[in-house]
Design a protein around this ligand. Structure first.
Ligand code: HEM
Length: 388
């Protein structure tokens, strides 16, 4: 399949690992023609890592998606990226994230209490979705009661990013913008009147805006959007993916249930084996010669994190899901200046979620494989029926 690899092929959509070995062994620089614009794919761990570190050559100024988009908010190269990253980084230190632990434990417990007496429930809808959505809504300072709307809007943002023609999502994108702008403008009004600001992320972004060389509502919206979208669907996918794999291989689930100290290892192996973000794009600023192929300047390049995570040069028996794997650097959260800002939060939420499930519902079992989420570059289950 190597030269014919097609990320939109139904077999690849059903199991993104299909074709990875061929890409790694025979086609480390792949060109895909059947998308407008055509794009290159890098799959080897060393190549993806080198590209992520070389921001001058592999630029984010034209977006992380397959189409060319203008630089906005954090979706940009330094110094614009550095400005917004620094602004938010202070709210995402491991120490501050650790303070959320009691809230996340309470939330996971409350959700399990609501389902434990039912015979069947949907692990996505009833458990994996609400945890990150409620947490990020509370951090941003928007009502968690609007969860259903956030879910729809973040689905739309992601679908638009991967779509050939994002204009079909214009109505929902405008609704989302109007909703968030209301919240942004409410904080701006408080700041303008010298009134106390709430201690939330939107207030933080707005308060610093006076000194911002990249001012304007488009940038603010993009940053808020990246937190809402980055903060929920990916973490939901991590929770569904790890539960799905462990229950598929019952002995692994039973091992974790017998020894919850293995929860962390299970989460890290899930991130390696089933990364919720399969890959993201960069754009080349110059010609790049790699493995005998020239990637011309101005090309879109898909950095295939999922294939890099199965590279046998780095991971022994890469296609085995193992709880005993020595910790090595998987690329599920990217690397370099754009390394996932929310990684400590995602790890906290997923660890607490799996820990609560194995302790309180050790008898959990799958009722089928559910359904994959739609965008080709993301990987998670949008339905995962389970029985107690
Ligand atoms: C399992 C869950 C998650 C996964 C797999 C994930 C994955 C990623 C990846 C691969 C990147 C790198 C993007 C790039 O290289 O262009 C990234 C960046 C980012 N993530 Fe996450 N993410 C997760 C959870 C979160 C959470 C919970 C938040 C926020 C609450 C978040 C916020 C962000 C932001 C703001 C960036 C942009 C960072 C930058 O450009 O400097 N993510 N994420």
């Amino acid at each position: 399949m190597a030269g014919n690899w097609n990320p939109f092929d139904p077999a690849v959509l059903a199991d993104p690992a299909v074709g990875h070995r061929e890409l790694l062994d025979r086609c480390p620089v792949h060109r895909f023609e059947r998308f407008d614009p055509p794009f290159f794919t890098l799959s080897k761990h060393a190549d993806v890592e080198a590209a992520l570190r070389d921001v001058a050559t592999f630029s984010s100024d034209q977006g992380q998606g397959p189409r060319f988009t203008p630089p906005i908010g954090m979706l940009a190269d330094p110094p614009q990226h550095t400005y917004f990253r620094d602004l938010l980084q202070r709210a995402f230190t491991p120490r501050l994230i650790e303070q959320l632990r009691p809230r996340v434990i309470a939330l996971a417990d409350q959700l399990i209490t609501a389902v434990e007496t039912t015979a069947r429930f949907d692990l996505h809808d009833d458990f994996a979705l609400p945890i990150p959505v409620v947490v990020i809504a509370e951090l941003l300072g928007v009502p968690a009661a609007d969860m259903a709307r956030f879910k729809r809007w973040s689905d739309v943002q992601v679908a638009a990013m991967g779509a050939q023609d994002p204009r079909i999502y214009a109505k929902e994108t405008a609704e989302f913008a109007a909703y968030m702008l209301d919240h942004i403008r409410a904080r701006q009004a408080l700041a303008a009147n010298g009134q106390p600001m709430p201690e939330d992320l939107i207030a933080r972004i707005v308060a610093d805006d006076a000194d911002n060389p990249w001012r304007g509502e488009d940038h603010l919206l993009s940053v808020v959007n990246q937190l809402l979208v980055g903060g929920n669907e990916t973490t939901t996918s991590l929770i569904t993916n790890v539960v799905w794999r462990l229950l598929q291989r019952r002995s692994l689930w039973d091992r974790v249930a017998a020894d919850p100290n293995l929860v962390e290892a299970a989460i890290e192996e899930s991130l390696r084996f089933d990364p919720p973000v399969l890959g993201l794009y960069r754009s080349t600023t110059r010609d790049v010669l790699l493995h005998g192929t020239t990637i011309p300047a101005g090309s879109k390049v898909y950095l295939n994190y999922a294939a890099a995570n199965r590279d046998p040069d780095v991971f022994e028996r890469p296609d085995d899901f193992s709880l005993d794997r020595p910790r090595k650097r998987h690329l599920a959260f990217g690397l370099g200046v754009h390394f996932c800002l929310g990684a400590p939060l995602a790890r906290l939420e997923a660890t607490i979620a799996l820990d609560a499930l194995v302790r309180r519902l050790p008898q959990l079992r799958l009722e089928g494989d559910g359904e994959r989420i739609a965008p080709f570059f993301l990987w998670g289950r949008r339905r995962l029926p389970v029985a107690c």
